[in-house]
Design a protein around this ligand. Structure first.
Ligand code: PHE
Length: 456
């Protein structure tokens, strides 16, 4: 039988867990990454594949990941080691935990740079800089920021300090109260933005852009689009690198995992769709290019805030809430390595968080330089920021997710998984879950991989 508590602390209630996990899932992935990636692949078809991936792959894998975490009650590396032992399998499964640590480092290094842009935009919005901005002004403003390494470094540093401080104190305390109020506030503000987009933008075209799939438009980029939509689902749900696993390890043994997962994935998806509905009508009404890349929301939202009454205050509040959303995601990215350093190296929590945070900070410098001074340095045709983003979302997270599904579905005894999920082995939901983690999720991921590299 597994232990019932973690040495790193426990969530005070089921609600606290839902809030923390939603805080991890909802972040820049929804508001920044989803619109620009959907825009790169022409909208509808991408969105449809993304939604299918969330439902058919994301939800069952999230259940598996939380289940493994709760049964192991340690950092992902040690959880996988001890669960593999318990199930009579190879200790090599701990490599899954290590892969997650690497993915977490890479993700947080660029995530923090983008969160830095968001911080910068709080002040730009608040100081009334957006007033009357048109597309050209908004673009010039964005380019001014990304071409300035010193400013990027300052914001990146501030964000990493914020993240490290919370992880140093322990995530079980403090996180819930922040998420409890700020997440609904962000949600509300996005709804208001959608209404604004409906009034001032071209809502009909924006809606059609997102929801009428046209696979024909993808042409030779079909495989790439599938991979990116799947990667976006993993990224947005925080799956495949141990963040959700470690949050599961702080969850009490009685809470129903399936129910929680539906709520978390549902809210995450809703926020992404709302962000899309707020952005695309404005993009299309202003003749902007939906596929213009990572700067999309930073070049679009200022136009909206610059036109709407009270836009300075509204814009500042919006970017503050987005910073919070990014913060609660970043915390979950730093937690697995911190917990491992505490467990295996005997570090105090503050020291562990500081070491992890510093390494990420260093790696982040390579990312921010790739936007300007090092813009000629390419690895596999990409600068560091793009490379880390692509490699984690499209390769490491799906791979980690599949290994989690395989472990939960094939290695773990049914008695163990059914017990931990709180189902009987014969129940419909358990059998559906088993079917999805055993066959559907691994097959889909492998087919999409092979297809993207042109093998099928
Ligand atoms: N899900 C977060 C977001 O959408 C990013 C994240 C990815 C967090 C992986 C943890 C692990 O912003």
């Amino acid at each position: 039988m597994s232990s019932t508590t973690s040495i790193h602390g426990m969530w005070s209630s089921r609600l606290a867990f839902i809030l923390a996990a939603t805080g991890s899932a909802v972040g820049l992935g929804n508001v920044w990454r989803f619109p620009y990636t959907a825009g790169e692949y022409g909208g509808g078809a991408f969105v449809l594949v993304y939604l299918l991936c969330v439902a058919g792959i994301g939800i069952p894998i999230m259940m598996a990941e939380i289940m493994l975490g709760r049964r192991g009650r340690q950092s992902p590396i040690n959880t996988m080691k001890s669960l593999a032992r318990e199930e009579g399998s190879s200790p090599a499964w701990q490599l899954l935990g290590w892969m997650g640590i690497v993915a977490g480092f890479l993700i947080l290094s660029f995530y923090s740079v983008i969160a830095g842009w968001t911080l910068a935009y709080v002040f730009r919005a608040g100081s009334g800089l957006f007033a009357g901005a048109d597309a050209a002004v908004a673009q010039a403003m964005f380019e001014g920021l990304v071409s300035d390494p010193e400013r990027l470094l300052a914001w990146h540093t501030i964000f990493m300090v914020m993240t490290t401080l919370v992880v140093a104190r322990g995530v079980a305390s403090g996180l819930e109260s922040a998420v409890r109020w700020l997440m609904p506030a962000l949600f509300l503000l996005l709804v208001v933005m959608v209404f604004y987009a409906a009034e001032a933008g071209d809502f009909g075209s924006g809606f059609a852009y997102m929801f009428s799939p046209d696979f024909g438009k993808l042409g030779s980029r079909f495989g790439e689009a599938l991979l990116s939509a799947m990667g976006q689902a993993f990224f947005s749900l925080s799956l495949g690198m141990g963040a959700i696993m470690i949050y599961g390890s702080y969850l009490n043994s009685r809470a129903s995992i399936a129910q929680n997962v539906i709520i978390i994935a549902g809210m995450d998806t809703l926020v992404a769709l709302l962000a899309g509905l707020a952005i695309f009508p404005i993009v299309l009404a202003n003749g902007l290019e939906p596929g213009s890349g990572p700067g999309l929301i930073f070049q679009t939202l200022p136009i909206a805030f610059g036109q709407m009454p009270g836009g300075a205050l509204f814009g500042a509040v919006f970017f503050i809430l987005l910073v919070f959303a990014a913060w609660t995601s970043a915390i979950s990215l730093l937690e697995p390595i911190t917990a491992w350093l505490v467990e295996n190296r005997g570090f105090s929590r503050p020291r562990a968080a500081a070491l992890g945070g510093s390494l990420v900070w260093l790696l982040g410098i390579a990312c921010l330089l790739s936007l300007n001074v090092w813009s000629d340095v390419k690895v596999f045709g990409k600068g560091f920021l793009d490379l880390f983003d692509y490699l984690t979302a499209n390769v490491l997270l799906p791979l980690g997710g599949v290994l989690i599904a395989i472990f939960a579905g094939w290695i773990m005894r049914r008695a163990s998984s059914a017990d931990e999920l709180g189902f009987t082995e014969r129940s419909f939901v358990y059998r559906l879950w088993l079917l999805l983690v055993r066959f559907v999720a691994p097959a889909c991921v492998i087919i999409v991989f092979l297809n993207a590299i042109g093998l099928i």
